[in-house]
Write a protein that binds this ligand. Structure first.
Ligand code: ADP
Ligand code: ADP
Length: 226
């Protein structure tokens, strides 16, 4: 079980900005949840709280039946994909994907199986020995996703992962992420500005405004409304 439950979650930044004003929702096991809403509505703050990169002012965040408010990011069993891929430029693709697992002391043969499997899913096997600068933007974003996949986390968190790509690549990667989701069925929370991404990817769509949930439901139910 790896659902994510938010119970009356609030965030006030030092200085007094009420970024999140009491949010409740659940992302079911294996569901893909997309967060949308205008700039400044609190999407990134909410995602970062689930990741443990930002403290929770009050309320509870629960991952797989466990309250994680006080649990360090590394121990939450989540993996996050960012818009700036933040790959290590001096390391090969293989090592970029293996790095986090090595740090956790995973035995080499198991790391090798995971890296190769992820590379195969993402179709980057021929690039394993290259450095990031020898890859296209789309390939780099695949490596960034590979780094998340090899962890086999309970939950994926995506912070506008495609927003730095050009329009054509964005469409292609959107389709890739959808395929990936069908295959891996990992519970996911995905922040985006892009309505097409939200429509394509979301099992459950959360529309935020002013630090609150404005609407929640299936994308077709939300976007068909005038
Ligand atoms: P979004 O991701 O939807 O654009 P954010 O979560 O980044 O929204 O921001 C929500 C609100 O919190 C905004 O008013 C923003 O200015 C404020 N905010 C974000 N980060 C910080 C911070 N580190 N310190 C103070 N205020 C912040
Ligand atoms: P760097 O590219 O940072 O110099 P290396 O190429 O020396 O790193 O690789 C470090 C370790 O990672 C090696 O011991 C090797 O086992 C493993 N490794 C790197 N690339 C591959 C690959 N394509 N296939 C299998 N193992 C690899």
């Amino acid at each position: 079980m790896s659902n994510v439950v938010l119970r009356d979650v609030k965030k006030t930044y030092p200085g007094g900005v009420d970024a999140i004003k009491g949010i409740d929702f659940e992302v079911g096991d294996g569901q893909f949840c997309v967060l949308v809403g205008p700039s400044g509505c609190g999407k990134s703050t909410l995602l970062r709280m689930v990741a443990g990169l930002e403290t929770v002012t009050s309320g509870e965040i629960d991952i797989g039946g466990r309250v994680v408010n006080q649990i360090e990011p590394a121990d939450r069993d989540i993996a996050m994909v960012f818009q700036n891929y933040a790959l290590y430029p001096h390391m090969s693709v293989y090592n970029n994907m293996a790095y986090g697992l090595r740090n956790r002391g995973m035995p080499r043969p198991e790391i090798d199986v995971r890296v190769r499997e992820a590379a195969q899913i993402l179709e980057i096997t021929p690039m394993l020995d290259r450095k990031p600068r020898q890859l296209s933007g789309g390939q780099r974003q695949r490596v960034a996703m590979g780094r998340a996949i090899v962890r086999q986390p309970k939950v994926f968190l995506f912070d506008e992962p495609l927003s730095n790509l050009d329009a054509k690549l964005r469409v292609a990667m959107r389709v890739e992420i959808r395929k990936l989701q069908r295959r891996l069925k990992t519970t996911s929370i995905y922040v985006t500005h892009d309505q097409m991404e939200a429509m394509t990817l979301a099992d459950i769509l959360v529309v935020m405004n002013g630090g609150q949930v404005e609407q929640i439901g299936k994308p077709l139910d939300i976007y068909k409304k005038p």
